[in-house]
Design a protein around this ligand. Structure first.
Ligand code: NAP
Length: 285
């Protein structure tokens, strides 16, 4: 039986937040005040919690934050004008539009993301930033894959030649994660809902990353002995508790290292959002 190291995203993100706080203090001495604007449309309770956590993380690190709360029935043009106003404000370095938008605005989600200035797109979702990532040019990298890579590198600094299997091919996570792993010289296999014999694919992975949205889908017999397993999924169980896409109890004892849910990838996402905001502020200065 393998001893499984638990990779604590909570602990690692705490350490990085301390470094960000020190960096912000130094930037303030040069009259640079990193500032994040968060746009929240409507009253989805989960979105309110996520935005609250982002604002708290800003406060902890000395990053200034602006919250723009808009009613669920705000028009497309009104939302576009709020984005334009923040794009034009030199005191704002990062603009984050909390997703998902209310139902009536959902068809315009891509248009809204495209309207955010690529230099202020701290979520890294603008097509220009997606292109920069593929072209290996400097840009804003989506926060969750960026945070996941930090966790992987905590356990294995040199990823060259490793076989990474990513389950999920979303724009938000799977695709940028695969690009980041490719840049680290991994051999990358991307899996999705049409993949044949998914367990056999996963068993080949030195690094297995699951971002599917299916509770406890990845079992022990999907995991190679000693593999690093990163669980991105966040699923609410019937008992109200959160779980990931990996069956944590089952896989423990086979994986060499794995992330828990909660306390794994989740805290890293917010930390990388803070990092992107500081990066945008430095670039603007
Ligand atoms: P998504 O857009 O719904 O994508 C899910 C992906 O999983 C798709 O590519 C889909 O394949 C694939 N898939 C679905 N069922 C599958 C199956 N049975 N076998 C293999 N692949 C399957 O989701 P997402 O935005 O990437 O998020 C994925 C999960 O990560 C969710 O639980 C989400 O809550 C979580 N998440 C967490 C964080 C964080 O901060 N920790 C951030 C973002 C997302 P197709 O493309 O073929 O449909």
């Amino acid at each position: 039986m393998t001893t499984t190291d638990i990779i604590s995203g909570k602990e690692i993100s705490g350490r990085i937040k301390d470094e960000i706080a020190a960096q912000v203090t130094e930037l303030n001495t040069r009259d640079i005040f990193p500032t994040l604007a968060v746009i929240l449309v409507g009253d989805d309770p989960a979105s309110h919690v996520y935005v609250g956590n982002k604002i708290k993380a800003c406060e902890r690190t000395g990053i200034r934050s602006i919250e723009k709360k808009l009613d669920a029935d705000v028009s497309k043009d009104e939302l576009l004008s709020v984005i334009a106003e923040l794009n034009d404000d030199p005191a704002v370095h990062g603009v984050l539009l909390q997703l998902p938008l209310p139902e009536a605005l959902q068809p315009y989600t891509n248009e809204m993301i495209d309207a955010i200035s690529p230099d202020k797109d701290v979520d890294g979702l603008h097509p220009l930033n997606a292109g920069r990532l593929v072209a290996e040019l400097d840009g804003m990298v989506p926060c969750t894959p960026q945070g996941s890579l930090i966790l992987i590198k905590e356990k294995c600094a040199d990823l060259s030649g490793k076989h990474a299997v990513v389950i999920g091919r979303s724009l938000l996570f799977g695709k940028p994660m695969a690009q980041l792993l490719l840049q680290q010289n991994c051999t990358v296999t991307m899996c999705h809902s049409r993949t044949q014999d998914l367990p056999a694919m996963c068993r080949q992975a030195d690094i297995l990353v699951a971002a599917v949205g299916r509770p406890k889908m990845v079992k022990k017999d999907w995991v190679k002995d000693g593999a690093i397993v990163i669980d991105v999924g966040i699923n609410r169980q019937e008992n109200g508790k959160l779980c990931g896409d990996v069956d944590f109890d089952d896989v423990q004892g086979t994986a060499g290292a794995m992330t828990p849910v909660p306390g794994g990838v989740g805290p890293m996402t917010i930390t990388c959002l803070l990092q992107n905001t500081v990066k945008a502020a430095i670039k603007a200065a």
